[in-house]
Design a protein around this ligand. Structure first.
Ligand SMILES: Cc1ncc(COP(=O)(O)O)c(C=O)c1O
Length: 395
């Protein structure tokens, strides 16, 4: 057998299924991408200027491990303003290199080998591998179309064992665009309290909530102490490449996360931290403009998909829709691959986000309205061509 340097744990995790589609799409120059999970906007100019100014004035050093005190204060102010939540910037907030790092830190902080984390699925592709890398076992619970892709407390309850340590949820959701109302969250909070479980709540799309108001999980009665909330700037302020996010939670867990962070990442880049301060102080107007534009595109894509015959549930947040392709009889992968190769439209097969995404596609509307319209036109042609093939084959 060929010798390998790679650990069993790393070998056990398959590469992300999204990557294959990006690689394929990159080989097709005329392809329209509804595949990407990042804003198509450039970071607002004044935020970029803050970054440039930081460099010009010599901000090129490490910062404290927890992040610049000014930034932690701005984050605390923002949470107070948005959710009437009070977090102490000294020991309840950690600035991370994106939400991705934060989630890795929390699972590494709380899991002993074999501990289980319940993960609502379909979910962001990094959750399960992150738990596995930390020595834990992901246990998935399906969010279903019949519940508008909200994960329910009953389904979570069924998956709890004596090894369960935490419940990981994300709303507004990648990949479905679903969000959770206060009542749904309260029911989950009750389960967490009854079983003494930590809630890991990824709320990176909170600002991209179009209908209704986002409820922060830790603002629910009695939940501040056993919830770690994650948020960041990648989506709300189009700052994916600046790699900056933050975690809020009780000081014991934040301090454990800071311990790992200080030995691995040390700190988030100082230029990005300066940009994030500017985003929180001056970024609302630009952010709201982007959110309004996403909302227009959301209506365009949902009505367009339904019109061409792909049933699409009306997601209320993030920048994704999750149409069903059940009517075509194809698998998600087959549909996505043929759509890309035959019509040059990149979407992501729903089962990349977990088995419960089978029979769906993730389409991102972080693309211009012109591109969305053209993608819909090509999808309609594709659907007509496969109907033709089916009839022809039958005949
Ligand atoms: C739900 C969710 N969480 C986290 C991330 C990663 O965020 P960051 O860029 O802050 O690491 C993404 C990116 O697509 C996401 O969709």
């Amino acid at each position: 057998m060929k010798r390998t340097w790679i650990s069993n744990v790393v070998q056990s995790v398959p590469p992300s299924g999204i990557r294959r589609f990006f690689d394929l799409a990159n080989q097709l120059p005329d392809a329209i991408s509804l595949g990407v999970g990042e804003p198509d906007f450039v970071t607002p100019w004044h935020i970029r200027e803050a970054c440039i100014h930081a460099l010009e004035t010599g901000y090129t050093s490490y910062t404290t491990n927890q992040g610049l005190p000014e930034l932690r204060h701005e984050i605390a102010n923002a949470f107070h303003r948005d959710y009437s939540m009070d977090y102490d910037p000294d020991d309840e907030i950690l600035v991370t290199t994106g939400v991705s790092e934060g989630i890795d830190l929390v699972v590494r902080s709380i899991l002993n080998r074999g501990d289980e984390v319940i993960i609502a699925e379909p979910c962001y592709v990094s959750y399960k591998p992150t738990v596995v890398f930390a020595g834990g076992s992901p246990v998935t619970v399906a969010a279903k179309l019949e519940d508008e892709f909200r994960v329910t407390a009953d389904r979570i309850q069924e998956k709890i064992t004596e090894k369960t340590r935490a419940i990981m949820i994300n709303y507004p959701n990648n990949p479905t665009g679903a969000t959770m109302g206060k009542k749904d969250l309260e029911e989950i909070a009750d389960v967490a309290i009854d079983h003494d479980l930590l809630i890991i709540s990824d709320e990176i799309y909170d600002k991209l909530t179009y209908d209704g108001k986002h409820t922060c999980f830790s603002s629910l009665n009695g939940m501040k102490e056993n919830t770690i909330v994650f948020n960041g700037f990648s989506k709300s302020h189009a700052m994916t490449g600046l790699r900056i996010g933050y975690a809020l939670g009780n000081s014991e867990i934040i301090s454990a996360m800071t311990k790992i962070h200080q030995y691995t990442m040390l700190c988030s880049p100082i230029t990005s931290q300066m940009a994030a301060i500017d985003a929180l102080r001056n970024g609302d107007v630009e952010m709201e403009k982007m959110v309004r534009e996403y909302d227009r595109r959301r209506h365009l894509i949902i009505s367009g998909l339904n019109k061409i015959g792909l049933d699409c549930f009306c997601g209320k947040g993030a920048f994704y829709v999750f149409p069903s392709i059940a009517s075509t009889g194809m698998t998600s992968e087959e549909f996505a691959e043929r759509l890309l190769l035959e019509k040059g439209v990149a979407v992501v097969p729903g089962d990349v986000f977990g088995d419960s995404g089978a029979g769906f596609l993730r389409c991102s509307y972080a693309a211009s309205r012109a591109d969305i319209k053209e993608a819909l036109r090509r999808m309609e042609e594709f659907l007509a061509s496969i109907q033709h093939t089916v009839q022809y084959n039958v005949a």
